[in-house]
Design a protein around this ligand. Structure first.
Ligand SMILES: Nc1ncnc2c1ncn2[C@@H]1O[C@H](COP(=O)(O)OP(=O)(O)OP(=O)(O)O)[C@@H](O)[C@H]1O
Ligand SMILES: [Zn+2]
Length: 970
């Protein structure tokens, strides 16, 4: 009953036609006829038929029932289905019986194929095929049936059609001549498969772009051209499905190949291919490639057939094509295909298909869609901009729009034959080249000529990552461009124009693809998340967006990764997944830094770094957190109790100002961090600068302030720094300024070996300490012997310094130069031992090395000088004799109310006597030391110095202003 319904075609002849196709392939064929006759009465049975076809198809994978006494005992995967679809099975039998073929009696299923072919079959098949030449198509099925009857199949392995095909191809080892045929067959088959593959490749994200080997493409083209010619010879009234669909399942021999190519199915298609729906089934019918394309068009499309529950129930080739078809059937931007057999990444699945789908590139989209609408198409386009912003997708959309046939819908419509053939990877008017070095443009001239004969068609070449093209390649492009006919366009895609030759770029319409705004990315992600039913917090989406740096592709990839976790996606989860530090930890770190807790800041930072997070990432996250706090969008309430700086809520105006300064410091340091090889040190230094008190003072001051020393020192020792002021003239609390002696005592205290401690106490003194990004300590010894003794304990000494200063230290040991020694002997203290001299020295001189490469992180050198007991009295002398900065002179001038002329003359003297203003760095070096030491020092400074910083110069100038404007009043 049902079978008769199936066979009843509105034209009355489909049943007859089907007799010619009792073969799996023809199930597909049959399906196509069903599809084509949508309006016919068969329509109502389509879904039923589809199930039948699936059953038929499955039967290919079954054990050959002829080997089994029970022809109806179906096994393996189709078993369940067969039980369920028992009625359908009888239908199939009827179909077969009605066809009146010489089929096996054992089971109708047998006739649709077997899973294993033996060499004897090969021979048999070879001979039986001979008969085919003289006979009509029916005979093929006779052959098939006889073949199946004679098969001895013991193999119960389920094989897909492609497996079987491969096997068939592999079987032909014995015949050399077969190999070539098979190779060709394989290629042809690959051609059909490529339709499927191409879609994937082209849809893929930029990183999976298709790389076309020209040679391969040419081969394919030649092959297709041949087919095209053959197909032209086929009867025009055929159904359009070349017979070689059957061929691939029949290990065709050479003559069959040829016959297959030239034979077209004999059924006429009364409705033709005019309707839009039918056009979707075919390839680009208006192009000259129509007929060759047609054969690779998947045949199993039917929206009615795509019922839930079995739409992906196909296996083997049928499944492959059905899957492709389902995919291609979706012409909207967001498909909702579920349970897809082959996984598509989000970037493939949600790749923009129309201009409307392109996010955040409105100007480009507007210009290009207008160019399409007004037919004002240029020859050369270049799409450039950051990665993952839609350049390639836009190029494809543009190419599709240029070739789209639709007059009603906005182009590209996704429905016309051109659009569909593109989706199937068969539109040869759109050529996409992956990153290529060389490309033979001259070979395109034929294609170009051809396109000029096709109406309303454009030949579009997309060169992805075109910056990889060689000079030769560019030259030939510019040559061909001059003579290119109308309706040819080249779209060059690259991230930067820099690598492209000007001669080409200047002839291009240039479209810059901006980084996408976070809001746009969030919107897109939200759409995907709801389509994919991903449970994700909005804040988490925002974080993903902000982390993807304007690249929607990156964002989509992250979302996909997160979706695999299978739980609700929250901010901390995202942070962990993308290697970010949780906000809580960041605020803790910020709190320590802002409250000048050096040791814990450094410790915490190290712990964070151990998780493998990048210093730059921490820095930018810190900046983000500060911005959030400033904007009031960060809730500090949660962990308030265990924090210092953030304990007070709400933050005062002063606190906010400190945060603002901290943000500024971080943003300045970020530039240095980017170019530095020692990012961690820079980050540490930057963090240590965040403490409010160090804004205009040096980082060293701050380091001292927060070093463990500060907790240990006896306040009475801290008087040494009294009178010192920072460059703004603001006095720093003496409590916060330990003397060098204090440091030395603390260090000695930390030395674990008591003999060593004694020895150092007697023999050594700190010559200088520079604290900043890379603290350096110079220890001075009285004798070479003392120095070499100390050197053998360098590790201990170093550890002691590091413990006190809270960061890695560079230790240099030296002996006093002869000159120093002579001076020392002349000095009133020469008879004192070093320790006593140390004590006597009293006050440190500070030299500011405002190294431009360390902008804002002024390195301070505390020098141990011969002290002057009467500071005022010996002021001039100490300036000249010691190492001082201009800033210090200014401070001194202010502190002592010098008259202007005195300050100026002292400054002048300084300039002449003491200053070395490095041309490149503006480092202010006040140096009074031996020539060799000086050159060493200068060399070290140069190493550290990178660029001139204007604002540092300005700072100097403003210091100078202070000197001249303030002093006169006194
Ligand atoms: N502007 C956009 N609109 C919509 N989707 C986008 C956009 N940009 C990127 N995407 C998503 O990212 C994927 C990759 O985009 P595409 O390859 O076009 O970017 P691209 O700029 O060419 O990148 P690349 O420079 O790395 O090749 C797309 O498939 C899409 O899912
Ligand atoms: Zn279209």
């Amino acid at each position: 009953m049902t079978s008769s319904r199936i066979l009843r075609d509105s034209n009355g002849d489909i049943g007859e036609h089907l007799r010619n196709h009792i073969h799996l392939t023809n199930c597909i064929h049959l399906k196509n006829h069903m599809h084509k006759n949508k309006q016919s009465s068969v329509l109502t049975d389509r879904s039923l038929l589809m199930r039948d076809l699936v059953v038929l198809q499955r039967s290919r994978s079954l054990r050959d029932p002829s080997a089994s006494p029970d022809s109806h005992s179906l096994t393996l995967d189709s078993k369940g289905l067969m039980h369920k679809e028992g009625r359908r099975r009888s239908v199939d039998q009827n179909v077969v019986k009605k066809s009146g073929l010489r089929l096996s009696n054992s089971s109708p299923m047998v006739n649709f194929g077997t899973s294993k072919v033996t060499p004897s079959d090969e021979m048999f098949e070879g001979s039986s095929r001979k008969g085919y030449r003289a006979e009509d198509a029916n005979e093929v099925y006779s052959v098939a049936s006889v073949k199946s009857k004679n098969r001895v199949v013991n193999d119960a392995t389920v094989k897909t059609l492609s497996d079987q095909l491969n096997e068939v191809l592999g079987d032909s080892d014995d015949l050399v001549s077969c190999k070539r045929r098979n190779a060709r067959k394989r290629r042809r088959f690959r051609g059909t498969r490529r339709a499927a593959r191409k879609v994937n490749v082209r849809d893929s994200a930029g990183n999976h772009k298709r790389e076309v080997s020209r040679g391969e493409e040419e081969d394919e083209e030649e092959e297709e051209d041949r087919e095209q010619n053959m197909n032209r010879a086929a009867p025009r009234n055929g159904c359009g499905i070349p017979f070689n669909w059957s061929r691939i399942h029949h290990r065709g021999r050479t003559f069959l190949d040829i016959a297959g190519r030239s034979l077209s199915c004999g059924i006429s298609d009364p409705k033709g291919r005019k309707s839009e729906t039918d056009m979707r089934m075919l390839s680009d019918s208006s192009s000259s490639f129509t007929k060759s394309d047609r054969e690779a068009v998947p045949l199993l499309v039917d929206s009615a057939g795509n019922e839930e529950g079995w739409e992906h129930d196909y296996s083997g080739e049928l499944g492959l094509f059905a899957d492709d078809l389902l995919k291609n059937g979706k012409d909207s931007d967001f498909g909702n295909r579920r349970n897809a057999r082959r996984h598509q990444s989000f970037t493939q699945k949600y790749s923009p298909r129309t201009f409307r789908d392109l996010v955040g590139q409105s100007l480009t989209v507007q210009a290009l869609s207008n160019a399409v609408a007004k037919q004002r198409v240029g020859l050369l386009y270049v799409f450039h901009g950051p990665n993952g912003t839609g350049k390639t997708s836009c190029a494809r959309t543009f190419a599709r729009a240029l070739n789209c046939h639709s007059t009603e819908l906005s182009r590209p419509c996704g429905r016309c034959s051109s659009c569909v053939s593109y989706d199937n990877g068969k539109n040869r008017n759109i050529r996409e080249m992956g990153p290529v070095k060389n490309f033979d443009f001259e070979r395109l001239s034929d294609d170009m000529m051809m396109i000029s004969q096709q109406k309303r068609q454009h030949l579009v070449f997309i060169f992805d990552d075109c910056d990889s093209m060689s000079t030769h390649c560019w030259n030939s492009l510019s040559k061909i461009v001059d003579g290119a006919p109308r309706r040819v366009a080249f779209v060059l895609v690259c991230s930067s124009l820099d690598a492209l030759p000007h001669i080409v770029v200047s002839r291009c319409q240039r479209f810059f693809f901006t980084k996408l705004k976070d809001a746009d990315i969030v919107d897109s992600l939200q759409r995907i998340a709801s389509k994919e039913e991903i449970d994700i917090d909005e804040d988490a989406l925002k974080l993903v967006a902000s982390k993807s740096d304007g690249s929607l592709r990156d964002a989509e990839m992250t979302l996909e990764q997160l979706s695999l976790l299978g739980t609700r996606i929250s901010v901390p989860l995202v942070q962990e997944m993308v290697g970010l530090i949780s906000d809580e930890k960041l605020v803790d770190l910020l709190d320590l830094a802002l409250s000048a807790d050096t040791v814990n800041t450094v410790k915490n930072l190290r712990i964070l770094m151990e998780t493998g997070v990048e210093p730059l990432a921490i820095m930018s996250q810190l900046a983000t957190v500060i911005t959030d706090i400033l904007a009031g969008s960060y809730d500090l309430g949660k962990e308030q109790h265990r924090r210092k700086f953030f304990r007070r809520q709400p933050l005062t105006k002063k606190d906010m100002e400190k945060l603002r300064q901290a943000l500024k410091t971080l943003s300045e340091s970020e530039k240095q961090l980017r170019v530095s090889n020692d990012k961690l040190t820079w980050l540490t230094a930057a963090l240590l600068q965040l403490a409010p008190d160090q804004r205009c003072s040096s980082s060293a001051d701050a380091s001292f302030n927060r070093s463990p020393l500060m907790q240990d020192l006896n306040p009475s020792n801290k008087a040494a720094a009294e009178g010192f002021r920072d460059c703004n003239g603001q006095g720093l609390s003496s409590k916060k300024r330990p003397s060098v002696e204090d440091i030395w005592l603390a260090v000695l205290d930390k030395v674990r070996v008591s003999g060593l401690r004694e020895f150092l106490y007697r023999e050594a003194k700190i010559f200088s300490i520079s604290i900043g990004s890379a603290p350096t300590v110079q220890l001075m010894f009285d004798s070479l012997l003392g120095k070499s003794t100390a050197e053998s304990f360098e590790d201990h000494i170093l550890r002691a310094f590091e413990a006190v200063l809270g960061s890695p230290v560079t230790l240099e040991m030296r002996t006093e130069s002869k000159k120093d020694a002579r001076n020392a002997s002349l000095s009133p203290f020469h008879d004192l031992n070093s320790r006593e001299r140390f004590r006597e020295s009293g006050r440190s001189e500070i030299v500011e090395l405002d190294d431009e490469s360390e902008s804002g992180m002024t390195r301070v050198r505390r020098k141990h000088l011969e002290a002057s007991k009467n500071q005022n009295q010996n002021q001039n002398q100490s300036i000249v004799r010691g190492k001082v900065s201009l800033a210090q002179v200014i401070m001194q001038a202010e502190g002592n109310s010098w008259p202007k002329h005195k300050a100026v003359s002292v400054a002048d003297k300084l300039e002449h006597d003491n200053l070395r203003l490095e041309s490149r760095s503006r480092s202010l070096i006040c140096w009074k030391a031996s020539r060799s030491a000086r050159s060493l020092k200068l060399w070290r400074l140069k190493v550290r110095t990178r660029r001139v910083r204007l604002h540092s110069l300005l700072k100097l100038v403003s210091c100078g202003n202070n000197l001249s404007t303030r002093s006169p009043s006194r």
